[in-house]
Design a protein around this ligand. Structure first.
Ligand code: DCP
Ligand code: MG
Length: 372
């Protein structure tokens, strides 16, 4: 049941769990949530997970509100807001901005780590290592011979200009047509769904995420290798990191690995020709006629498609709360592969996302309402 506020609170129905809230892309409290997310990111950079999640959870809750907060009293009865968060909100109402946030935004370390982690394949740990070596720009890293880049980071630098730009919905759909056609040659009964932010209705994303499968059990194993091969043959494959499935049908959802999954998948960079994008004619006669785009493909067995779809549709915060809700409120374990009921020691089957919400005793939340 949703955590209730005081009896006269206008927010009586706001749950502490994102999976019990409907969060569209229309954010009435963007000024507040942007500020809180800067602090969350800063804590993430110093690997301070508790405070990071605290700020993210607060921002996520505020995104679900049907109206802007007008002053600090409006926060009364709302869940997920700790004293630190409230202090930031109060500062913004009183001074127009939060000094704590302004400090982070001008902090050299924060700014540098933000740039470094914008490179494909560079996480907070690597960024921190480079920062401690005294490096401050991507140019310095590219020209420092003592730095060893892995294969993913080399591609990240090589295509930085393109893949650091947002991918549009039209570009995502164009990539979808190419992949669907190739996958359709492998097997005419292939199912493919655009997931991630685009499934939640976003107009732009940092990559394009697809889920693919075929009905016959086991046959999905050949799907991604075939797609990758064909992309390569067509000259469209710029980078590929293929990960073989480590999925075991009988293993329990594991909390430690809950944010990862064990399905066969690949992280790609593909060449998207501009004339393949609807509404974008080849205007560049002299320059390049293509753009590099980051694409993730995941191939679960058909039997687990609903779990994978729910897990890959996000948002990350929505996923976290679905798992937390399952564990704490239902004594069930949920991940991208399965739902296990610890009370009855059984796996709960699901053909659709709706089935999973029903098992959890949750009202169905549409993908476009999962922008938590
Ligand atoms: N995901 C997750 N936990 C993670 C990483 C991902 O639950 N640690 C899920 C939720 C994401 C989805 O996978 O929404 C796709 O991952 P992306 O990083 O591509 O996220 P989005 O598609 O939501 O964002 P963007 O628009 O930036 O691509
Ligand atoms: Mg995405």
């Amino acid at each position: 049941k949703p955590e209730a506020g005081p009896p006269n609170s206008p927010w009586l129905t706001v749950s502490q769990y994102a999976c019990q809230r409907r969060t569209t892309l229309y954010n009435h409290n963007k000024i507040l949530t942007d500020a809180l997310e800067v602090l969350a990111e800063n804590y993430e950079f110093i690997e301070s997970i508790g405070p990071c999640l605290g700020f993210r959870r607060a921002a996520s809750m505020l995104k679900s509100l049907p109206a802007p907060l007008r002053n600090i009293n409006d926060t009364e009865g709302l869940p997920c807001l700790g004293p630190e968060t409230k202090a930031v909100i109060q500062d913004i109402f009183e001074c127009g901005s939060s000094s704590k946030v302004e400090e982070v935004l001008t902090d050299e370390r924060y700014r540098t780590l933000k740039i470094f982690t914008s490179v494909f394949g560079v996480g907070p740990k690597t960024a921190e290592k480079w920062y401690r070596k005294g490096l401050r720009s991507l140019e310095q890293i590219a020209s420092d011979s003592s730095i060893h880049l892995n294969k993913m980071q080399i591609a990240g630098f090589q295509y930085y200009e393109d893949i650091s730009k947002p991918v549009s919905k039209a570009e995502a759909e164009a990539v979808g047509h190419i992949i669907k056609e190739i996958a359709g040659c492998f097997s005419p009964d292939v199912t493919m769904t655009l997931t991630g932010g685009f499934r939640r209705g976003k107009e732009f994303g940092h990559d394009v995420d697809f889920l693919l499968t075929v009905p016959r059990p086991g046959k999905e194993d050949g799907l991604l290798p075939a797609v990758i091969n064909q992309l390569r043959t067509q000259g469209l494959l710029l980078y590929s990191d293929f990960q073989e499935s480590t999925f075991d049908l009988s293993s329990l959802p594991n909390r430690r690995f809950e944010a990862m999954d064990h399905f066969q998948k690949c992280f790609l960079i593909v060449k998207l020709k501009k004339d393949q994008v609807v509404g974008q004619q080849a205007e560049q006669r002299c320059g390049r006629d293509w753009k590099a785009v980051r694409v993730d493909l995941v191939a679960p067995p058909a039997e687990r498609y609903a779990f994978a779809l729910l897990g890959w549709s996000g948002s990350t915060q929505f996923e976290r709360d679905l798992r937390r809700f399952s564990r704490l409120e239902r004594n069930m374990l949920l991940d991208n592969h399965a739902l296990f009921d610890k009370t009855t020691n059984t796996f709960l089957q699901a053909k659709t996302e709706e089935d999973i919400f029903t098992h959890l005793g949750l009202d169905y939340i549409e993908p476009w309402q999962r922008n938590a």
